[in-house]
Write a protein that binds this ligand. Structure first.
Ligand SMILES: [Zn+2]
Ligand SMILES: [Zn+2]
Length: 625
């Protein structure tokens, strides 16, 4: 195809860049090509296009910051999955007003429609240029580039070191928004200077930007840290340390409901519940290999009577010791040992995040020891169990990933080629038989075995990694696990680690955000509030409370000396599913006026009927009602 034709085509497609033989290039690079040699368009809607578009916006942001704060030193400004950022070394912290000024300046630069121009120069010349401009960070970056030549990009006088490509002109950046400022160490290293990172995002269409900003609002509204405080569910105490969770009474109610459900299901599915110690000899963790490949995630060992003990980061070795406590026969397999096991893992204090990233948490952990021919049935049972978790807790959508070995590097893995084929086959066959779509990820397995991960998708479309079904060819060998087979010989059992919720803390965080704190009736810490219209209705209100209590409904009486509307509003803010208003008529007829937190007035019902209805919602664990 002649080049002129190609250019016409690109224009029609609204291309912002091109791929030439697979390499991303500026649109302007076409003029150096004699003919169309495998040119593909890159549009703003593609993943690559989006990144180019957003990264170009980060240039414009850096330009705006330099105009407003000439002493600012530039660090780096990449595109991210959600938008872009740029790190600046600035004397003063940026204020919200500064952000507004930067945005206004960016709009001006965008309106100017300045072309992005690429120049290639010798690395040393570029270093001299940036040194003269006192851009120390750029000089540091340049000194580490091995190539002799580097590319610079310029638009209306603003020059940045960059590989490119960019959109042809600043005028093509349409819808953008600066979102926040945060501290960020130069190169992510705590020993370096703290810079200021401005986050922003950009879209090719105004409508998409608006949708994204609405999504961010939704995320903010659902933040489990805020809801956890407002609804008095949990706290993290500075006196105790970061990443350690205190479950308050209301959070405790929800945890008990989750755990009760789980224990019943485990029992019904042939699991045995066990309990293992929180601290065990360090020696055990040397045998398991954790001191080698997991050390940086472990708390330091503690000394007791000249012996070292380790706070457990995992439950596996404990369950293995139970398995090993006596000789096992094939008749005992599969053996499914389950524990709500609390573990402690070291995370840097900077990465802690509410309930989602913590240092101490409780796994709904289980280890299945079985014979090879029992594998598929066990994997299927785990996947079915995971399904039930999703359904019970109100999630309709999920994604499944299968992590397999890298077939090119068999020496990287524990276990034999046959074992891996068997295990990967069991995982894949099960998913196929169950008609569950999954993403196959070769090379993503950890060294000791393949796994299935299930990510649930929450009410606003965010995926969360929870369930893992993980094979292990390493630990049974390290601990010398055996069973006597039907042939009378000793064999090594297959071991599977599996967790459904993953961590109860994390799952709780996801639940809070999924429901925006408005839990279904069976999980709600307070299921109904009785509200007497005035003092003289208090005796009947107490009777209502008593009857609900007897029916095992979690009920509160709010007879404070406040206006009825104020008390309704408080119950509403606490997201209590039912408000029961009682006055003369209700007392006379033994009824309650029901108000739902979601749809308001639900009419007057006989008290007995309301109790039956609520009981049924609780007993069926109804996700919706
Ligand atoms: Zn760039
Ligand atoms: Zn395990």
């Amino acid at each position: 195809m002649p080049l002129a034709e190609t250019e016409k085509k690109l224009k029609k497609l609204n291309a912002i860049a091109v791929k030439v033989n697979g390499d991303l290039k500026d649109l302007s690079s076409l003029k150096d090509l004699g003919a169309d040699v495998g040119i593909e368009p890159v549009t703003p809607d593609s993943e690559e296009g989006r990144a180019i578009y957003r990264h170009s916006a980060s240039h414009v942001m850096a330009h705006a910051v330099k105009e407003l704060f000439p002493d600012a030193k530039l660090a780096i400004g990449p595109a991210t999955e959600e938008g872009f950022y740029y790190d600046f070394d600035l004397e003063k912290p940026l204020s919200p007003e500064d952000m507004i000024r930067i945005e206004a300046k960016m709009k001006e630069i965008i309106r100017g429609g300045h072309p992005f121009r690429r120049t290639v120069m010798k690395r040393d010349d570029a270093a001299a240029l940036f040194r003269k401009a006192a851009e120390d960070y750029k000089v540091e970056l340049l000194n580490e580039i091995p190539d002799n030549a580097v590319s610079l990009y310029e638009e209306s006088g603003f020059v940045d070191l960059c590989r490119g490509p960019h959109v042809p002109s600043t005028g093509m950046i349409g819808a953008f928004k600066l979102l926040s400022v945060a501290g960020a160490y130069w190169r992510g290293n705590e020993k370096n200077k703290m810079l200021q990172r401005i986050y922003g995002t950009a879209f090719s269409r105004e409508k998409d930007l608006k949708e994204y900003l609405d999504f961010l609002e939704e995320v903010k509204k659902r933040d489990h840290r805020k809801l956890g405080k407002d609804l008095d569910l949990f706290s993290i105490q500075d006196d105790a340390g970061p990443g350690l969770i205190f479950w308050h009474p209301k959070g405790g109610v929800i945890r008990r409901e989750i755990e009760d459900w789980l224990r019943d299901e485990l029992t019904a599915r042939g699991y045995d519940l066990v309990f293992t110690p929180h601290a065990m000899r360090l020696h055990l963790w040397e045998t398991s290999g954790h001191t080698n490949f997991y050390r940086e995630n472990m708390f330091g060992a503690m000394e007791v009577e000249n012996d070292k003990y380790q706070l457990k980061p995992m439950n596996c070795p404990g369950h293995i010791l139970i398995y090993k406590s006596r000789a096992r026969s094939y008749r005992e397999l599969p053996m499914r040992l389950a524990e709500l096991g609390t573990v402690y893992r070291y995370e840097r204090s900077g990465v802690m995040h509410g309930l989602l990233r913590v240092r101490g948490f409780t796994q709904d952990d289980a280890h299945i020891f079985c014979m090879p021919d029992q594998l598929e049935a066990e994997v299927q049972a785990c996947v079915e169990f995971a399904h039930l978790v999703l359904k019970t807790f109100g999630f309709d959508q999920y994604q499944v990933e299968l992590s397999a070995r890298d077939p090119g590097n068999p020496e990287h893995y524990a276990g034999t080629v046959d074992e891996w084929s068997l295990a990967e086959g069991a995982l894949m066959n099960t998913l196929k038989r169950m008609e569950i779509p999954f993403k196959y990820m070769p090379g993503e397995a950890v060294f000791y075995g393949p796994k299935i991960d299930v990510k649930l998708v929450d009410a606003i479309g965010r995926p969360w990694q929870l369930t893992t079904v993980q094979f292990d060819f390493n630990l049974p060998r390290r601990f010398g696990l055996e069973y006597v087979g039907s042939d009378g010989h000793l064999h090594t059992p297959v071991m599977v680690h599996r967790a459904l919720f993953g961590s109860i803390e994390r799952f709780f965080g996801v639940l809070i955000e999924h429901y925006t704190g408005a839990f279904p009736v069976w999980l709600a810490p307070v299921q109904a509030v009785v509200l007497p219209i005035s003092d003289k209705h208090a005796p009947y209100a107490r009777e209502v409370q008593e009857e609900l209590r007897r029916a095992n409904v979690r009920v509160q009486l709010d007879d404070r000396n406040e206006k009825l509307n104020a008390r309704i509003r408080d119950a509403q803010l606490q997201k209590v599913p039912f408000m029961l208003v009682v006055g003369d008529r209700e007392a006379q007829n033994r009824t309650v006026s029901v108000r739902r937190r979601d749809t308001g007035d639900a009419g007057t019902r006989p008290l007995a009927e309301f109790i039956d209805w609520t009981r049924q919602l609780i007993d069926t664990r109804a996700a919706k009602w």
